[in-house]
Each structure stands twice: as structure tokens, then as C-alpha cells.
Design a protein. Structure first.
Length: 450
């Protein structure tokens, strides 16, 4: 596709002006409790704000006043997280009821326009408790994967196609290719925007404050790990995806100009290994910062049953992946958050009694690189490990979740214990706590020089 140089120049100038306007507005917001972008870092109340966070997707579920809710557990979990230096949690805000077996139950959206107020009150309670502890949340509003219904269920509702569960079919290429139809299904997009509006403009039943006015929200996130399609996604699908990101982010900002918006992208792994696509999806001025995830075992870089033999190669690839994405953020001139990363327990065990020597080492290496790049003044805005299992425990011999079981960090599409950090994992928690302390100190030091 050819484009006149004049058009390119005008477009670039417009984007730079819009970005400058967004950052100026964000800096103003950074004075009133809202986390905002200033240059390539986060600020809050005029001070540097670095994320040392935990994925806690089920936090709103625990907050429900009845049914699946466990408010006493939630309070204890937040207290424990706060004590180890966690200042942010990444939470599933919206789920869709589905027949797929590998999805969580119940769901916040039972059918289009029909919301489970009990679960939404759970999210209200969570947000109120976060505010009490001066913690923040990234709230994601959809899911590319099926474990919360997500885009798959939207297509089931509006195309009439069976909800495709890749845990059953084992055909992820087909699943990803089909899910990309979500971006172009007009009815699905209209309903998705209704849901966004319902959450963003919701009045918290505990605090009496609308979500759009709540500084405890760090950012609205379009979806968990949105992808343009499968490994064969071409130019048209890529363009559709970039447009969907820009349009949806703009819609959210039209409802709420105080909060940041993020994509939930995995990085290259979720962008058909196309760096230009990844950066283009984050260039829109309505997306405040970049996100990326790191999953060495899932991507075939590491075999936990052959840890010694595969460790070195895995770490080389992981360090390269981390550095690449920080460099992409420098090119886009926005902050970046490593918002998912994890590794198996030793020997690929799911048993909470198994050791975590290899995982602890991996966490330490990841934290070390993030801290090094942050200390150099690079646009590192923090990390969010996957995932906090806390006091939850697997209930079944096969480690698969069933309704009524504890919620842990691993969603129902995975064995319970695969990547969770439990409250009994003392060595991992110590690694996390040490890094949180160091990164916060680095952030304060760098912020003081600006």
C-alpha cells in the first residue's frame, strides 16, 4: 500500500500533537490521585509511581457478598499483598456466561444486557478495599481466551456459532482464527461497548463513587491478551486489529478522560511476531502505555521436566524478549509494564508441597533485568507477576477446577497450581518482596532526577 509522504508527515504531526496533549492532560491528572503518564513514566500526586503488582484475576469474585464470595479471605489476601510490597493488582472486571467447560462460573454477564449484580458488588468491594490500602487496579474488560467466556462467547451470542473451547478441540490455530471475527462483528462490538459503558459509569455500591471518578483504577484494559488472529494473520487482519485497539481505546476515553487505557497485549507473541504491528497498536494517543507478557514454558522455550538442559536457552530468549520490548517502548516513547510472567514449580509439579527453586531463580533474573533497565532511565513502569494464589488450594486429585472450588491464580483452563504463587511459597514471596523494595527505590531515585 502506497501513501504520499505529505500524508505521512501530517499524520505523524497529528499523532505527536495528540500524544503531547494526552500526556499534558495525564500529568494534570497525576496531581489528583489518578495514576498518569509523564514523559515515559507513571506519576501519582506529583510523585513517581512504579507498579510492583500481582495478577489477581478473581479478586472481584472473592468480594461478592454471597455465593462465591469470600470477603474475609479477600481482606487477608490484600493485606498480605500489601505487606510484601504489592501496590497494584490486575483483575478480571467482566466475564461472560458460557457452556464451555474450561470457563469460570458464574459470570458477570449472564446474557447480553443481563448482569450479575452480586458479582459486580464483589468488584465494588474489591475496589473499596484497594482504596483503603492505597493500592490500584488494572481492570480488563474482555478476554481473547475462553476461560472467562470472552470474545468466543460474544461470537456465540451474535453469530450463533458454537462456543469453541480449545481445551477440548486442542486446535488453538482454529480458535485464534475464529476469535478474530469478534473485531468485525458489529453486534458484538455494540454489546461490548454497552458493557464498557456499564462498568465505567457504574456507581460503586460501597463507596458511592463512580468508577470513572475512582483513582484506585489505574487503567482500563481492552482485553486479556488480544491477538489479531492466528499465526497466519495477514495485512488486513492486522489493520483491523490496530483499528479496533484505537477505536475502542478512544471510546473508553470519551467516557472517562481521567483514567489511562492499556491494551493487555502479550507483545510479539500476541502480535504474530510483528514488531511493527505491536508498536502500531500502541501508538494511538488513547493508549497510555505498552504491555507485554513472558511465558517461556508455554512458548516452548523451556521444559520444566528437563530444567537443567533447557535453562540456558530459555533465559537467553527471555532476556532478549524483555530487552526488545523495552526498546520498542523507547521508540514509541511511552512507558511499558511487564504485566504477566511465570514459570512452573520444580519438575512441572502442581503440588503445593513441591519446591520452587527454578521458578525463584527465573523470577530473580527477570526482576534483575527490569531493575537494571529502570535504573538506566529506560521507560520501565513496573511488573505484575502471574499470579497470586494466596490461601486458595487445589481441591481435586487431577488439579482441575470445578465450580465450588477455591479460586487460585490459575484460571479454569489450566491445572490449579500450574503458575500460582501460594501464601506458603515463602522463597518466591521473598524474591518478590525484595524486588518490589528495590524497584520502588529505583523509581523514587529516577523520579527525583527528573
Amino acid at each position: 500500500m502506497t501513501t504520499r509522504i505529505a500524508k505521512k508527515t501530517a499524520t505523524a504531526a497529528f499523532l505527536l500533537a495528540a500524544l503531547a496533549s494526552f500526556n499534558a492532560m495525564a500529568a494534570d491528572n497525576g496531581q489528583d490521585g489518578f495514576v498518569a503518564v509523564q514523559d515515559t513514566h507513571f506519576v501519582r500526586n506529583g510523585h513517581p509511581y512504579v507498579i510492583t503488582g500481582a495478577n489477581f484475576w478473581y479478586g472481584g469474585y472473592l468480594g461478592a457478598p454471597s455465593g462465591v464470595g469470600q470477603r474475609a479471605r479477600l481482606v487477608k489476601e490484600l493485606d498480605r499483598l500489601k505487606a510484601i510490597g504489592i501496590n497494584n493488582v490486575r483483575v478480571l472486571a467482566v466475564s461472560e456466561q458460557t457452556d464451555m467447560k474450561s470457563a469460570v462460573r458464574p459470570a458477570t454477564t449472564r446474557k447480553p444486557g443481563d448482569y450479575d449484580e452480586n458479582l459486580l458488588k464483589g468488584l465494588d468491594f474489591l475496589m473499596a478495599e484497594l482504596a483503603r490500602r492505597d493500592m490500584t487496579a488494572v481492570l480488563y474488560l474482555n478476554n481473547f481466551w475462553q476461560w472467562s467466556g470472552g470474545m468466543t462467547q460474544y461470537l456465540n451470542w451474535f453469530e450463533g456459532t458454537p462456543a469453541h473451547d480449545p481445551n477440548v478441540s486442542k486446535d488453538y490455530e482454529r480458535f485464534m482464527g475464529e476469535n478474530a471475527r469478534f473485531y468485525t462483528n458489529a453486534k458484538a462490538q455494540a454489546e461490548y461497548r454497552k458493557v464498557i459503558d456499564h462498568i465505567v459509569n457504574r456507581t460503586n455500591s460501597v463507596t458511592g463513587k463512580r468508577y470513572r471518578d475512582d483513582p484506585a483504577v489505574l487503567s482500563w484494559q481492552l482485553a486479556n491478551e488480544p491477538r489479531p488472529g492466528n499465526s497466519k494473520a495477514g495485512g488486513e487482519q492486522k489493520a483491523t486489529y490496530v483499528k479496533w485497539v484505537a477505536d475502542t481505546a478512544h471510546y473508553i476515553r470519551s467516557l472517562d478522560g481521567k483514567h489511562m487505557v492499556s491494551t493487555g497485549s502479550e507483545g510479539l507473541a500476541g502480535s504474530v511476531q510483528d514488531a511493527q504491528l505491536y508498536m502500531d497498536a500502541h501508538r494511538t494517543p488513547d493508549v497510555a502505555y505498552l504491555t507485554y507478557h513472558l511465558w517461556p514454558a508455554n512458548w516452548g522455550w523451556f521444559d520444566p521436566k528437563r530444567a537443567d538442559a533447557t535453562w540456558a536457552g530459555m533465559m537467553d530468549k527471555s532476556m532478549q524478549y524483555l530487552n526488545q520490548h523495552i526498546d520498542y517502548a523507547k521508540q514509541v516513547h511511552k512507558p511499558i509494564v511487564l504485566e504477566e510472567f511465570g514459570l512452573n514449580r520444580d519438575g512441572a509439579s502442581f503440588d503445593i508441597k513441591s519446591s520452587t527453586r527454578v521458578r525463584d531463580r527465573f523470577y530473580g533474573e527477570v526482576f534483575s533485568l527490569i531493575e537494571k533497565r529502570a535504573a538506566a532511565g529506560d521507560p520501565v513502569a513496573g511488573w505484575t507477576f502471574w499470579a497470586w494464589g494466596g490461601a486458595g488450594r487445589a481441591a481435586n486429585a487431577d488439579y482441575w477446577w470445578k465450580p465450588g472450588n477455591d479460586f487460585v491464580g490459575d484460571p479454569p483452563q489450566e491445572e490449579q497450581g500450574l503458575y500460582s504463587v501460594f501464601d506458603s511459597d515463602a522463597s518466591t514471596i521473598q524474591v518478590i518482596q525484595d524486588s518490589a523494595r528495590r524497584l520502588q527505590a529505583i523509581g523514587a531515585r529516577i523520579g527525583g532526577k527528573q
